[in-house]
Design a binder for this molecule. Structure first.
Ligand SMILES: N[C@@H](CCC(=O)N[C@@H](CS)C(=O)NCC(=O)O)C(=O)O
Length: 216
């Protein structure tokens, strides 16, 4: 089995990094320096024409988009590891939450980050960088409202269960990275106590604690 993971620290690739840490599968890690143009070389664009990380190559199959990667790794390695549901209704729930987290929650979080300057905002040189002149309080307020709405959905999903599918799964590994990112951006999360407690519980998973310790 061969598995290569193209990543950059503190990027969307952190989601895949967390999923791989939970799965504990042998992986070759290739660090790509975004600021130095590592995502725009002909070699990298030949693997991922979007020029973005995360990207994985598993036994010759190239995958990009973090949600697709989590679902693929879940299906391939996670079912046997007891971290991802077999095909059936719970698998559908897993697909729903992972895709939603990228398309709705992550999209709003990305807009909020782009509307801010300083820590948490995309660095100059990144494709996602928005120059100061193009940032506006209106865009920030809209991103904030959309994010609050997404967190409210997550808060009510966690009303009666500790994890999104009941038991801990790769869905939690993936989705909790978004509120974790917002915590790092010092977003006030006090109105979402269940999301905060769940994010903390996910971060305390031994594999994720070890991952954080190794990357410091
Ligand atoms: N929708 C993609 C987003 C990936 C993405 O935006 N990655 C950024 C890092 S956070 C990137 O690789 N940027 C490269 C660049 O700016 O050149 C996913 O979920 O995988």
């Amino acid at each position: 089995m061969s598995l290569t993971f193209y990543m950059a620290p503190m990027s969307t690739a952190s989601l895949t990094e967390a999923v791989l840490a939970e799965l504990d599968v042998p992986v070759e890690i290739v660090k790509v320096d975004i600021q130095a143009g590592g995502t725009r070389t002909p070699e990298f664009l030949a693997i991922n024409p979007n020029g973005r990380v995360p990207t994985i190559v598993h036994d010759g199959t190239v995958l990009w988009e973090s949600a697709a990667i989590t679902l693929y790794l879940g299906e391939f390695f996670g079912v046997d590891a007891g971290l991802f549901p077999a095909p059936g209704p719970l698998r559908g729930e897993a697909m729903k939450w992972v895709v939603w987290s990228n398309v709705v929650l992550g999209e709003a979080a990305g807009r909020l980050s782009q509307s801010m300057s300083g820590d948490g905002a995309a660095e100059p040189g990144s494709r996602d960088y928005v120059p100061e002149s193009q940032r506006s309080p209106e865009a920030a307020a809209k991103a904030h409202a959309d994010l609050a709405n997404a967190f409210a959905i997550l808060e009510s999903a966690l009303e009666n269960k500790p994890f999104l599918l009941g038991d801990y799964s790769l869905v939690d590994t993936h989705v909790h990275c978004f509120p974790l990112w917002m915590q790092m951006m010092e977003l006030d999360m006090t109105t979402f106590p269940k999301v905060t407690a769940w994010t903390d519980a996910c971060s305390k998973r031994p594999a994720l604690v070890a991952l954080t310790a190794n990357s410091e």
